[in-house]
Design a binder for this molecule. Sequence first.
Ligand code: FAD
Length: 260
Amino acid sequence: MKVLLVFAHPERRSLNGALRDAAVDELVSLGHEVRVSDLYADGWKAQVDRLDFPQLGAAERLQPSRASKQAYAADALTADVKAEHEKLRWADTLLLQFPLWWFTMPAILKGWVDRVYSYGFAYGVGEHNDTRWGDRYGEGVFAGKRAMLIVTTGGWQEHYSARGINGPIDDLLFPINHGILHYPGYDVLPPFVAYKVDRMDEAAFAATARALRERMRALATTPPIPYRKQNGGDYFIPSMELRPALGGRGAKGFALHVRE
Ligand code: FAD
């Protein structure tokens, strides 16, 4: 396998850094090729702005989607973004690793998505007609590839359970798993989540690293989350609402978009 790990933690000697080492070590020992984008170490620019579109005239109004489309089509994106495109095309598996910060990914990783997911590359692709609404949600540039999150949290597993006060972890991660990974085509594996990590002792670290290594060994065989395909007939087009007969009695919200 060819694995790209995008790492978003400011401290290499952190727990996340140690878990990254365990994941990479396990993958390499199995003979897989691994590349790492270490966003803080690389000084990744997190915000989308005019500097991303060198072709844009000084007097022109910046419309981010439009500028992204034009720059991608003209091969005029900045070198850092093009380098990430090359890595994403190369990889058959994408891992995003981060500590949960305010219930989501650190801003630098969101900025990686904002800048690297160019119009015409990760979105705005495919035909729109009566039976298709573009290549999204299981179709698109990353169709046939796998992706998975590696997340650490301060909160306890119970805090993220179905009735936990933080909200269910699958709901919190839905915008990333479904909206960022499945949208451009990835098959998304259930996340690896290490809970209650802030006062982790050596024994807990060893158990967590062992569990992560196990998930690395199973990367190719773990069944993905069974998200519904957009163009498979489950949704009305163009409203993109799930057909009333689907989803199960009483189901609502994010859970509707996972096949029973
Ligand atoms: P570190 O601080 O590096 O380490 C954590 C523990 O692991 C320490 O006890 C350390 O000794 C131990 N450890 C590290 N490396 C090793 C090793 N090699 N061997 C043995 N032990 C080791 N949490 C939530 O649940 N929800 C939130 O919304 C949330 N928001 C946050 C927002 C911000 C801005 C911040 C700073 C934190 C937030 N947190 C939240 C907590 C956060 O998720 C955790 O602090 C983070 O996941 C810990 O990961 P780390 O890599 O930074 O750990």
